[in-house]
Design a protein around this ligand. Sequence first.
Ligand SMILES: Cc1ncc(COP(=O)(O)O)c(C=O)c1O
Length: 389
Amino acid sequence: MPQDFEALDKEYIVNVYSRLDAVIDHGKGSVLYDVNGKEYIDLSAGIAVNIFGVCDDQWKNAVIAQLNTLSHISNVFYTEPQILLAKKLCEKTGMKKVFFSNSGAETNECAIKTARKYSHDKYGDGRYTIITLKNSFHGRTLATLAACGQDELHEDFGPFPQGFVYADPDDFDSVKKLAEENNVCAIMMEMVQGEGGVHPLDKEFVSQVADYAHAHDILIIVDEVQTGNGRTGALYAYMNYGIQPDIVTTAKAIGGGLPFAATMFADSCQHTLTSHSHGSTFGGNPICAAGAISIIDRIDETLLKDVREKGAYIKQELESCKNVESVSGMGLMIGVTLKKDLATVVNGCIDAGVLVLTANGLLRLLPPLNIPWDVLKKGIAVIKDVIDA
Ligand SMILES: Cc1ncc(COP(=O)(O)O)c(C=O)c1O
C-alpha cells in the first residue's frame, strides 16, 4: 500500500481500528480493487453489511431513484418509503410495529429503552434489569456497551448505566438464577454471537429461556444486527429457533451499505413507545428506506436456500484443512478456529487477494449472500492454501 495513505490515516483519523493492509478503492458485487488495481475476493461484506456485494445494481437504482425524488425530510412528515418498508417488515415477520434508526447500537438502545418503559408502565419503579449473555456484543454507546457481556469493554468509560447482568450462554440455570435474584424486565441475546466468536446458541437453551421469559412477563430482545436479513439462512436467525421475540433489532445488511436500522415490536410492546418518548433525525430517511425495500424484497426462499448451501460448502471445505481445529456458525456466518497463528492467516489471505475478518481469536467469514459460486470456490481454495501452508 502507498505509505502516504497509512501515514495520513494514522495522523488524521482516531486510531481505533486495527486496519488491514489494503486501501480499497472500488468494486462490483463480491470483487473489490485497491488503489493499486489489485483484485480481492470479498468474504467480509463490510462486516455483514454488503448483503448483495458492493454497488449492487438493484439497490443502487432504488437509492438513486429516491435520491432524485426526495433526499431527506424530517419525521414531522409522513414519507412513503418508510411506511412501505415498515409494512413489509411486519408482514414478513409477524411483528406489529417498527421504529427506524441508523445503526446497530441505536436500534439496541431503542430496544433497551422500550423494555424498561414496558416494565415501568406495568410494574412501576425498579424492574429495569436486563440479562444479557457473556461474550455478547450489542454496540458502543454507553448503554449498549454496558449490555455487552465482555468485561474488557467495561474498563475505561464508567460510570455505565446500571441494570445489566450477564448469564452464561447455553446455561439456562445461570439465566434463571439471575432472573430470580434481580428485578428483570428483559433478556437480550444474539442467536449467533458474532463479535464474541461466531457461536450459535443452543436451541434447547433458547427455547427454555423464551418459555421462562414468557411465563414471567420478561421481554425477549433478539439482537439481529449481524445475523439478520438472511445471513444465517433464515430471514432472521430467531426463525431458526422457533421462538417469537418481543423485540427484534436489525441494522447492517438492511441498509445495503447505507446507515440504517430498525427495531421491531411484537404485540406485547407495540404500544410502549408513545408520542415523544423516542425519536431520530435521520431514522427512516427516504433514501436509506428505499434501498432497504429493495433489499428486503430480494430475501426469498431461493436466496436463503443458497445461503444454507454455501455455508455448508464452506464448512465442509475448511474442516478438511489440517490446520483447522473446528468450524462454527450458521449459514454464511462462519467462524474458524485455527491451529495456526490467526494474524499470519489473515495477512496471508489479504496478500493472496481474499478479504477475511476475525472475531475473538477466530477467523471469520461473512461473504455477500449472492456471491457467485465460482468466486466463492476460488476464495475458499485460496484460504485453504493459506491455512495449510
Ligand atoms: C450483534 C451486534 N449488535 C450491535 C452491533 C453494533 O452495531 P453498530 O456498529 O452499527 O452500532 C454490532 C456490530 O458489530 C453487532 O454485531
